[in-house]
Design a protein around this ligand. Structure first.
Ligand code: HEM
Length: 447
């Protein structure tokens, strides 16, 4: 095994020109899991580009906490910047503090409480729309719930409805395109392949729809009590309003960062509840005591602790964001290695959560490992990242997933009879392919 710099090992199996492209497209999770056996810092190749995968949780924490040295960068971030504009998730450290301050009020406790009302309304629509004994595509259902809820949180005005619809239709091609474009060598990225064209078309349509909505909001000048109105009213430290380009980038970023991740988390949770019917029954008897036949609301959250643990354990087993990158802004030290400037580093919540050296029984679904009295049952846990760039929507996502799951199981029994986990689609998120679920109504009066 070759070593380029002291402490960094090269992963074996790189092919000329394409490097590790094939294992990354074919079975990225398996490929990732093989890397820690070569060292703590393992270099992989994507065409001419190289990236160092960080394979130890304490080193990942070092990277996340030193966001000035390990800044946003690398091929995925370049593609995210290209798709969304210079928003909070892709901007460099120098712009980040200001952008985070301008967005933070949208995720305050008071705002989350208001958004919970939209969540309850949308969960009610979803859970009233199924037919007894029918089979539903859990991925599509959860995507519908997450996209309706998050889009309405961002823009509630009726005039924004066409934009919500356009964005909802375009986002899947954008998610897929960003990942494919990030792993393709630059030459292939520019070819007029059908996948490249689909991505460009989707990105341009969503971009135009959001631009139009910002224009409509500026024209009517009203406060709609949503995130877009808040951004339009924001003044920075110098008292300046945010420009259209920045507002556009933040809205696109929130849509892309929030919808697919939350939908994927919920889809995995539904799959796991089918795979573990005993957990589903326990959850049902627990939530039925809290909710009766009501849809879960903000005020129920403190009592829905088992539902929250199921969501947490789902995020541990299948973290929707499975691969992120950073770039060194200067020569950096990590463990004993000296990392040159401009090196791309990769961290993977999936890899950290599944490494048996740091997690007891990592592949077992056990929501009770999150009980306060079981601290030794859990190890590295970073589904929302960490440090200054930690997910701004973590509480939003946890609330939506907890309220949705609690309501779904009190009203419906879920089953699919598949003991094998569904195939994983390599996209920007760790997405399960085709989770078909039979739903049986428990509240016959409303079926
Ligand atoms: C289960 C659902 C979610 C998961 C697993 C998730 C995961 C993550 C992760 C791992 C990061 C850090 C990325 C990095 O280190 O490079 C992140 C950042 C971010 N997330 Fe989430 N996310 C979720 C839901 C949401 C929601 C609902 C929103 C907003 C509506 C959101 C908005 C963002 C934003 C804006 C950032 C960038 C933060 C910054 O750089 O300051 N996410 N998310």
């Amino acid at each position: 095994m070759a070593t380029d710099h002291a402490g960094i090992t090269q992963a074996p199996g790189a092919l000329p020109i394409v490097g590790h492209l094939f294992p990354l497209l074919r079975d990225p999770l398996h490929f990732l899991k093989t890397l820690p056996s070569y060292g703590d810092l393992v270099q992989i190749r994507l065409g001419p580009q190289r990236a160092v995968v960080v394979c130890r949780p304490d080193l990942v924490q070092d990277v996340l906490l030193q966001d000035r040295i390990f800044d946003k960068g690398g091929p995925i971030i370049e593609r995210v910047g290209n798709a969304l504009g210079a928003g909070i998730a892709s901007c460099p450290h120098s712009a980040h503090r200001r952008q985070r301050r301008s967005l933070q009020p949208a995720f305050s406790r008071a705002s989350l409480r208001e958004y919970a009302a939209i969540m309850t309304e949308q969960i009610d629509v979803l859970t009233s729309g199924w037919g007894d004994g029918r089979t539903v595509d859990a991925g599509a259902q959860m995507y519908g719930l997450a996209s309706e809820t998050i889009s309405r949180t961002l823009f509630t005005a009726d005039a924004a409805r066409p934009a919500v619809d356009t964005v909802t239709v375009c986002l899947p091609d954008i998610f897929r395109g960003i990942y494919q474009q990030a792993v393709l060598p630059p030459l292939l990225r520019r070819l007029p392949l059908p996948s490249n064209r689909r991505y460009e078309r989707a990105r341009n349509r969503a971009w135009a729809a959001v631009s139009k909505t910002i224009g409509l909001y500026r024209q009517d000048g009203k406060n709609h009590g949503d995130v877009l109105s808040m951004l339009l009213a924001t003044r920075d430290d110098a008292g300046e309003a945010l420009g259209d380009a920045e507002i556009h980038a933040q809205i696109m970023t929130l849509l892309v960062a929030g919808i697919d991740t939350t939908a994927v988390a919920l889809t995995w949770a539904v799959h796991l509840l089918c795979q573990y019917p005993d957990v589903q029954e326990r959850l049902r008897s627990h939530t039925a005591k809290v909710l009766g036949t009501r849809t879960a609301t903000w005020d129920d959250l403190p009592q829905l602790d088992l539902a929250r643990r199921v969501v947490t354990e789902t995020l541990r087993l299948y973290p929707p964001g499975w691969l992120f990158t950073r770039t060194t802004t200067t020569e950096a030290r990590l463990a004993d290695a000296v990392i040159p400037p401009d090196t791309t580093l990769v961290y993977s919540p999936y890899l950290m959560h599944h490494d048996a050296r740091f997690n007891p029984r990592p592949d077992r679904f056990d929501p009770d490992r999150w009980l306060p009295e079981h601290p030794h049952e859990r190890g590295a846990f970073i589904p929302f990242g960490g440090g200054a760039r930690k997910c701004i929507g973590d509480n939003y996502a946890m609330n939506l997933a907890t309220l949705a799951l609690a309501t779904i199981v009190t009203r419906w029994r879920l089953s699919h009879g598949n003991l094998q986990p569904p195939r994983v689609e390599p996209r920007m998120t760790l997405s399960p392919h085709q989770v078909q679920v039979r739903v049986e109504c428990l509240d016959r009066a409303s079926a």
